[in-house]
Design a protein around this ligand. Structure first.
Ligand code: GAL
Length: 435
């Protein structure tokens, strides 16, 4: 049985350890660095199977293999954007006490589900031992801390509110730049529809409509009102939400129904292939666009595609963070801890993120590696005047139940197009979330 001290004590422990005054000998035989545990293998569970994301994972895996030659790496990734399939498989594995050695989970409310269910171990000692408290931004540490304990290792920061667009199609439609507000967006979509034979806004699997919804809510309500939606007792039956949902309905009229079976990749690709004018997707799309062929699309920023904050969200970073966990009863706990070391390292993050289309979660990444869109993303994330909003679809502000209930309401809306019912569904989802 390992006893973990609360975080404030660990900080002291870390400071003392750094002076060398406390060699780990006093703590027993490396009780929590995993060296007493099985390190022969590690099974890493994620949903990164597509170009860009899978390449980033591979790069980190190769570095891990160099540093841990005796550990067999099993990539247990399950396809399905935003974890739609993976999360269901994970839930059943955790329930049956058959956890992978480490799994991907979003920082924030999603992680709290696993913590409250007692499915993952706290990582206080891991953070102290590896001097990690000072290398992550405070607001990120807050999202992975529960009751004074820290629970996961963030590898990146993604931005959800990005509008990707095809400059040639905008020109053909007589649109002189990316729309700045939701109203302008609707006008631009109409212009593409009227003046070209292209798809105004590409959409993929159902979850991409949820992703669009969070962007429309943020763009229409503004940052403070959007953030307030996720506070306890939040009010969803306001005229402002009704207006935003009507706008969502209008925007949805300009999307591709036939693309509903493709995932985010198909929808994003339509923009760079010159088939659709706009796509709203997280910046993992960037890794896919610019990644080298044959895995990536090998496209060029500014020629094949451009980006802007999604309409009405300039000045706000709607963020999310992929992090890795240490499940309770991980079969190869030593392998898991070695993996978490890789994930937390500057080297690992700088190998992973340029390919993934994200920026490092650590504050000391090598800036020269982040070029094109990623340079802009890093500048915005670290800018003192940026406002933050948490992505609900990608686990920051809503727990798994809330997330699923919103998805159900959106799924019904896709069938019945009834804004009143959608709003009622969202009101109920908030009420019943138990968050
Ligand atoms: C998000 C995840 C990203 C990316 C995306 C598309 O939920 O945080 O890393 O994988 O889904 O699958």
């Amino acid at each position: 049985m390992r006893v973990r001290a609360p975080r404030h004590r660990l900080k002291v422990f870390a400071a003392v350890a750094m002076t060398g005054a406390l060699a780990l000998a006093g703590c027993g035989a490396n009780e929590d660095d995993g060296s007493d545990d099985d390190k022969s293998e590690v099974e890493v569970f994620s949903w990164w199977t597509g170009p860009g994301e899978a390449d980033g994972l591979k790069a980190m895996q190769a570095d891990f293999a160099k540093k841990n030659p005796g550990t067999k790496f099993t990539n247990a990734a399950i396809a399905g954007g935003s974890g739609t399939q993976a999360k269901a498989v994970l839930a059943s594995r955790l329930q049956n006490n058959k956890p992978p050695d480490s799994f991907q989970g979003h920082a924030g409310a999603e992680l709290l589900d696993y913590i409250k269910a007692g499915q993952i171990e706290p990582l206080d000692e891991f953070f102290a031992r590896n001097n990690l408290y000072s290398v992550y931004p405070k607001q990120l540490l807050d999202q992975i801390t529960y009751k004074e304990h820290i629970y996961s290792v963030p590898v990146n920061i993604h931005r959800s509110n990005v509008l990707w667009y095809n400059p040639g199609i905008l020109e053909d439609a007589g649109i002189d730049g990316p729309p700045q507000s939701i109203a302008d967006f609707i006008t631009a979509l109409k212009a593409v529809d009227d003046k070209t034979d292209k798809v105004p806004l590409s959409l993929g699997a159902q979850w991409t409509a949820d992703h669009l919804l969070e962007n429309v809510l943020l763009g229409s309500l503004g940052t403070d009102a959007y953030n307030a939606l996720w506070e306890p007792g939040a009010v969803w039956d306001t005229p402002a939400v009704t207006k935003a949902l009507h706008e969502f309905g209008q925007i949805m009229r300009y999307t591709t129904l036939e693309a509903a079976s493709t995932d985010w990749q198909g929808a994003a690709k339509a923009v760079v292939d010159g088939k659709a004018a706009f796509n709203i997707m997280g910046d993992w799309a960037y890794g896919y666009f610019v990644g080298e062929a044959p895995n990536g699309l090998g496209k060029k920023l500014d020629t094949d595609f451009k980006y802007a904050p999604s309409p009405g969200t300039e000045g706000t970073y709607m963020w999310l963070s992929d992090s890795f966990t240490l499940p309770k009863n991980a079969p190869h706990r030593g392998g898991a801890i070695a993996w978490l070391k890789e994930v937390s390292s500057k080297e690992g993050q700088d190998l992973f993120n340029p390919k993934k289309g994200s920026i490092p979660a650590r504050t000391d990444g090598d800036k020269s590696l982040y070029t094109g869109y990623l340079k802009y993303a890093l500048e915005r994330w670290t800018s003192p005047d940026i406002k933050l909003a948490g992505s609900f679809w990608h686990g920051v502000t809503a727990n798994n139940k809330w997330h699923t209930d919103i998805d159900t309401a959106v799924g019904l809306f896709l069938q019945n197009k009834d804004v009143g019912k959608l709003q009622q569904g969202l009101v109920n989802a908030a009420k019943n979330s138990g968050q």
